[in-house]
Design a binder for this molecule. Structure first.
Ligand SMILES: *Cc1c(COP(=O)(O)O)cnc(C)c1O
Length: 417
């Protein structure tokens, strides 16, 4: 984590950011390619790293993954098309489609390209089995427990819609249609505690032995933690790998077949690479509170509103003289949306709270950190605000990787009918 921060520090230097802001205007996302590469290296012991692209789905980020031998998880037709546009070839299991439903247009596309399907429901298996016997499938097992940084990101147990509850029922369908079961997958949530990640590996052993069919892959899913606060710890990768590697060996010897161990992180690879830069437009007192209003809202970064998430926030003063001053204020940092919940500084339960920041003025910039995962990819056009640009920092240079959407482009969906 500290190392990651050091890499980021270089990108964040004033002499880099001020010209960048002058060129592209606020608000904008910026990603640091070196941090993504640093995170990738930490996982190199796993046989296969599969990027959960929903966390950050820009084609140019996917290209970084592709160049670093990372495979891709797609959860929609749009994500399959993104992977293809980034240069992923639909062979060698480079793309796997994971979902709990199989829409007709997706079904057509996966069959056309022979993309393996990771089925989170028995209905998916039936649907593909009827059309395409012997199709390569995974099953995503709901191991009857889950975990996550928030209830909404817990993907196991009976309050989650995800995964197959009874793998033996899935097995019967696989037999009925002669489907080719190639892998078993367990993903219990996003932002998962280590104890539960280990439990998931025990569950994988249990189910693999119960299913007792030769397979090629097991996937530990994603869910790895990154430090959002100074108290948080990144998931201990060497312990995590050892646990799952042991599981892989046990399954391999019980089923008498070689197994490849996959991991499927989203957040871990990209969260710390990204920042959101916005500009202060108003500093106003409302009763005892000071609201600092910026030009990015929850249409851009949804995590605080959706999950009560904490993001580190720093200030970049427009006037460098102000960087020397040491006075601090307590402010509530909020966006431009016509909705009072549009606040970035909230408690875990979503109550607005103050954040201590340096004294700021209108025109200064607010940087919201660790927004590379579930930032841009979750953005919307709420309040009819266009999607904002994404920029990649690589080899000490900034490159535009998504331009700002125009208002006309938004309106076109309704006017050009
Ligand atoms: C979201 C998701 C992931 C990634 O979760 P992270 O917490 O970002 O690592 C992995 N696998 C599946 C199936 C997912 O839906």
């Amino acid at each position: 984590m500290r190392y990651t921060t050091e890499i980021q520090q270089k990108m964040l230097e004033r002499k880099n950011l001020i010209p960048l802001i002058e060129k592209y205007n606020t608000p904008m996302w910026v990603y640091n390619a070196d941090i993504i590469k640093t995170q990738i290296k930490k996982l190199k012991k796993f046989d296969i790293i599969r990027f959960a692209q929903k966390s950050c789905s820009n084609i140019h980020i996917l290209k970084i993954m592709q160049r670093n031998n990372i495979k891709i998880d797609a959860v929609s037709l749009g994500e399959i098309e993104r992977a293809l546009a980034a240069g992923f070839q639909p062979k060698d299991h480079n793309i796997v489609f994971t979902s709990d439903i199989l829409e007709n247009d997706v079904l057509q596309k996966v069959i056309e390209l022979n993309i393996p399907v990771n089925a989170g429901s028995v209905d998916m298996l039936k649907k593909i089995g009827k059309i395409s016997p012997q199709y390569p499938v995974w099953i995503r097992i709901n191991p009857k427990f889950g975990d996550g940084h928030h209830l909404k990101t817990n993907t196991g147990g009976e309050n989650s819609k995800h995964g197959i509850w009874d793998p033996l029922e899935a097995l019967a369908i696989i037999k009925q249609y002669n489907l080719n079961l190639i892998g078993l997958h367990i993903h219990i949530g996003s932002g998962v505690n280590e104890k539960n990640l280990y439990q998931a590996s025990l569950a994988m052993q249990k189910y693999a032995i119960q299913i007792n069919k030769k397979i090629q892959f097991i996937s530990a899913g994603g869910g790895l933690k990154i430090p959002y606060t100074s108290l948080d710890q990144e998931t201990n990768i060497s312990n995590y790998f050892e646990t799952w590697n042991k599981t892989k060996k046990i399954i391999s010897s019980r089923l008498k077949c070689p197994i490849r161990l996959e991991i499927e992180p989203g957040r871990f690879l990209v969260a710390q690479s990204g920042i959101l830069i916005a500009e202060i437009y108003s500093i106003k007192k409302i009763g005892k509170n000071t609201f600092i209003l910026i030009n990015a809202g929850f249409n851009d970064l949804m995590r605080p509103v959706l999950y009560g998430s904490y993001h580190k926030i720093t200030v970049l003063h427009k006037n460098p003289i102000n960087e020397q001053k040491s006075s601090v204020i307590q402010g509530i940092i909020a966006g431009p949306l016509c909705e009072s919940g549009d606040v970035f500084t909230v408690t875990k339960t979503g109550i607005i709270c103050h954040r201590k920041i340096p004294q700021v003025h209108i025109g200064d910039y607010i940087i919201i950190h660790n927004t590379g995962a579930y930032g841009a990819s979750m953005s919307s056009n709420y309040n009819s605000r266009p999607l904002i640009p994404e920029i990649l920092y690589k080899n000490n240079k900034f490159k535009l990787i998504r331009r700002r959407q125009t208002i006309q482009e938004m309106l076109n969906l309704e006017t050009s009918l």
